[in-house]
Write a protein that binds this ligand. Sequence first.
Ligand SMILES: [Fe+2]
Length: 515
Amino acid sequence: MRFIAFLFLNSLIFSLSSQSIFVPEINNLLNPALKPFYFGVASGDPQQTQVIIWTKVWNETSQPVTVKWEIATDTTMQQITATGEVTTDVASAYTVKLIAKNLQPNTTYFYRFTTCGVFSAIGRTKTAPLQADELKFAVVSCNNYEHGYFNAYRLIASRSDIDAVIHLGDYIYEYGANKSKKHPSIRQHIPDHEILNLQDYRSRYAQYRLDKDLQEAHRLHPFITEWDDHEFANDAYKEGAKNHQPEEGDWVTREAIAKKVYFEWLPITDNAENTVIRKLNYGNLAELFMLDGRVEGRCKQVESPSDTMLTCVTRTMLGKKQSDWLTSGIYNSTAQWKVVANQVVFSELDAHQLSKKYAINPDAWDGYPEERREILDSFYQHKTQNIIILTGDIHLSWAFDLVQNPKDKNRYNAKTGKGVIGAEFVVPSVSSNGLGEKFPRGLAKLIGSIIKRKSTNPHLHFQNLVDHGYVLLCLNKERAKATWLFCKTLKKRTEKYSTKDSRMTKYNENHLVKN
Ligand SMILES: [Fe+2]
């Protein structure tokens, strides 16, 4: 029924969209030298024998456009592996997405597009391996355009050693422009109002994709993406969002627009239901489970930790279908590392020493404890280990031992790893404000040290609440290691790092140690 409603809405959205694709202000951001491929190229969802490649053409005629594509094994595009032709039109905002097939595993490829005799930039991508000794992923989330330059993407683009970029959501933010004179933004959102309709969402993605650092990261690495709340509206759930008011229109229509535009602009596998839930296989070493903890099965957040609905057994974040898919998929996986690309913090996090009102975050898994308990019960029942949960959303950096009831000394020992079945790595924001912007840095650091006390959160092994950047996840047969790489500043474009820190867990030992 949801699917039929989606199809109906999709055609309704399109028939109502007689307006131009973008708001006029987007024109001011275009680099004439890149016409008609202003938005660059991208690739995504790599598999052993195929990868998605993407571009967008600029077209003033409103007629369909034919685009040729080619993929090769050399940078000069002489050793062509596959080539073809596709047509795009206004229905997809002249975006182009296709699957390049019959490729070799674990191979670097180069690709480009051409229309009317003009070539796009040459992109670089990489297929997944059948067997691997090592994998490296750059893991990111939360790039708010207004809050700073995307230096994490600049740094990621400069790497040549990663297999893919995993994006955990908040790829765009829906808010209007910050007009505060007291606290001005680094740069301002287009359009300047909160995005609500099809033109708004497309314009916002266009603005973000015209950021040269994000564009370059897309050009040089395949992305594996999922959405969080801000691709829709803040604190989204299945039937609405905290930042969606009745006067802003019908939520189901807004949700369908947001999904349509996400699939237009991201190099993600198209599917009839526009879902981001999927599995990617990295051979013997890793299997990647992409989740939708937002609009697939999430019940509305409770208002406070004292709400009696908090522990209601029917309240879900994933919904039964998705959580069964996850637990059975992990149980049946033969890969050494089971990597879960998750949106919000999964581990228990006790902040009662800071505030009774904010002792838990109702938007995180602490707000859905019964579904989390069921998922963990399943892992323990099946004696599943070596689970790596990747988390974004919160604009803070954490590393947790993955354990049920971390304060129960009979069940958990941080030193020996008793009771631990994996690790959760929470990645910093690329640019979105963290505690370092909300409070003086010294106070933010003090908050971090209070939360990290052993008596409060004994399973928390690392925290940084003030810096921005990305996580490099390195997997091999011996260990899973996360390195937090922080940017020196977001106030100007720079390739300078400030600090880094890392934690790792050894295979089958399942507890975090400093590395
Ligand atoms: Fe965020």
